[in-house]
Design a protein around this ligand. Structure first.
Ligand SMILES: [Fe+2]
Length: 316
């Protein structure tokens, strides 16, 4: 993709655009294992017929749907469309010769369903994104701004993690440029930044630097989902709690380059990753996408050798 295409994607995205990432579906071989893992991470898990639904405490929105199947694999990704916009979006998709499909079985819901070039099921629902719960206000003692006097911070710094929202997810793509162009054209996602041929970060308008993106691979799959926590304490207490519960393979603490967020990842039971993040860059309509040749983090421990491995089976 040329620099000209970067600009075209930005302009095109302004015309018709989903409002954000809503949830993702994951097929796993054992729902009980899935329930335990997401609960350990600090999320609430409830049962529905034939699926488990994962939510953030205080947010009235599904964030992950777990369905049972032979292998672990990404089941679908779901985006929110502003109320009243779905008919126009459907006409737009049909004008691009996108074939709309029935919802998969299992009560996974309404909206529009179609496939991306890698065969991933994509769902768009006409629904506002639910507000996350109000963040806890934590006083900080920063140079020149000492907010906490006669208060011992450590006494309250050890609270278990309670992620506020699903922030973003990155999926493996067999052709990151093709995937980028597809999601620009169909859903109006815009390029935020890119490590050419390797990793792509996309936004859905003002807000987080990225809500979706791609990592180059031989075939599709989930790379990671990422969940916002309040601050560095919660992020690292989360990593510690996960390790104590047996989820010891991880990567962090670090500060990413593209997006600038603090991060700590844990490997999930199926070989993909889940991330606590805090302090991600916020962007406006004026953000300019760029190509970069940079490592994934400003500072971090060494990346685990398996971090970029795709453990999902190749599509048949
Ligand atoms: Fe991330």
């Amino acid at each position: 993709m040329s620099d000209l295409d970067l600009e075209a994607g930005r302009t095109e995205g302004n015309a018709l655009r989903v409002s954000g990432l809503m949830h993702y579906g994951l097929q796993v071989p054992n729902l009980g294992q899935g329930r335990d893992f997401y609960a350990d991470f600090g999320l609430t898990v409830d049962e529905r017929p034939d699926q488990l639904v994962v939510r953030c405490d205080g947010r009235d929105q599904d964030q992950t749907l777990l369905v049972e199947g032979r292998d672990k694999r990404l089941h679908h990704v779901a985006f929110a469309a502003p109320p009243g916009s779905l008919a126009e979006l459907q006409r737009h998709l049909e004008s691009l010769d996108i074939v709309l499909q029935d919802a998969p079985p299992g009560g996974l819901g309404d909206g529009l369903w179609f496939r991306d070039p890698d065969g991933n099921a994509v769902n768009v629902r006409e629904q506002d994104l639910a507000s996350p719960r109000q963040p806890e206000q934590v006083k900080q003692n920063l140079p020149g701004d000492y907010q906490r006097v006669d208060e011992a911070h450590w006494l309250t710094a050890n609270t278990p993690p309670r992620p506020r929202r699903l922030g973003h997810m990155l999926i493996f793509s067999s052709d990151v440029d093709r995937s980028t162009a597809f999601y620009q054209r169909t859903l109006g996602l815009r390029l935020s930044d890119r490590i050419k041929g390797t990793a792509v970060f996309m936004n859905s308008g003002p807000g987080d630097h990225h809500v979706f993106g791609f990592i180059q691979s031989s075939h599709p799959g989930l790379h990671h989902s990422s969940w916002e926590v309040n601050n560095l304490d919660e992020l690292m207490v989360g990593a510690q709690v996960m390790a104590d519960k047996g989820h010891r393979i991880g990567w962090g603490l670090g500060r990413h380059t593209l997006g600038s967020n603090l991060f700590h990842y844990m490997r999930d039971p199926w070989g993909s990753w889940i991330e606590y993040f805090a302090d991600i860059d916020q962007i406006s309509e004026n953000w300019q996408a760029k190509d970069w040749e940079v490592p994934p983090a400003v500072w971090c421990p060494m990346m685990p050798g398996e971090f970029l491995e795709n453990h999902e089976p190749k599509p048949e």
